[in-house]
Design a protein around this ligand. Structure first.
Ligand code: PRP
Ligand code: ADE
Length: 171
């Protein structure tokens, strides 16, 4: 299959002016998850991660199989109200609004090489907040990996220029 042809484009969702890229039809295809995980794994493996970190919710769908196939840890970064206290919290803005991301405090991340994974890089606000959480836990962010980069939104400009950023496709 060619996974990109299964990405749906929905105009004006979740608000007017946003062209939403829906990856769920890719995952619904029997070969979809295997194909994108293989491509993401090839991108990420050279960065020698010890932990895959991903934001809720679509990031989780990629992080589980990637952490499994790379044989590394997984850290789930959640939206507010989902994790039992204590948490560390970062506010952020994204293409269509603002929110907070939270991570459990006290995870053994000090000195760990973390790769942050998500489906879409839009403005970069979400993964920049995840990176702040990783840094507060003492981890080293060694890469950002995405299925899709929406280039016009300049998400890379929100991320450290010293950390590699990769996407399977740029739209
Ligand atoms: O680069 P940004 O402008 O920050 O936007 C990208 C983020 O937006 C989407 O998540 P959303 O918050 O819609 O959550 P969901 O995965 O729960 O749908 C997407 O999955 C990324 O996490
Ligand atoms: N245009 C978009 N499509 C899908 N997810 C997004 N997250 C932020 N912007 C998005």
């Amino acid at each position: 299959m060619q996974w990109l042809q299964y990405v749906r484009e929905i105009p004006d969702f979740p608000e007017p002016g946003v062209l939403f890229r829906d990856i769920l039809p890719v995952l619904a295809h029997p070969d979809g998850l295997a194909e994108i995980v293989q491509e993401l794994e090839a991108l990420i493996r050279p960065w020698q991660p010890e932990v895959i970190m991903a934001p809720e919710a679509r990031g989780f769908l990629l992080a589980g199989p990637l952490a499994f196939s790379l044989n590394v840890g997984l850290v789930a970064v959640r939206k507010p109200g989902k994790l039992p206290a204590p948490v560390i919290d970062e506010a952020y803005t994204l293409e269509y609004g603002e929110n907070h991301l939270q991570m459990e405090a006290g995870l053994p991340l000090a000195g760990k090489r973390v790769v942050i994974v998500d489906d879409v890089l839009a403005t970069g606000g979400t993964v920049a907040a995840a990176a702040r959480l990783a840094h507060r836990a003492g981890a080293e962010v060694v890469g950002f990996a995405f299925l899709i980069e929406l280039v016009s939104l300049q998400g890379r400009s929100r991320l450290s220029s010293e950390v590699p950023v990769g996407a399977l496709t740029a739209l």
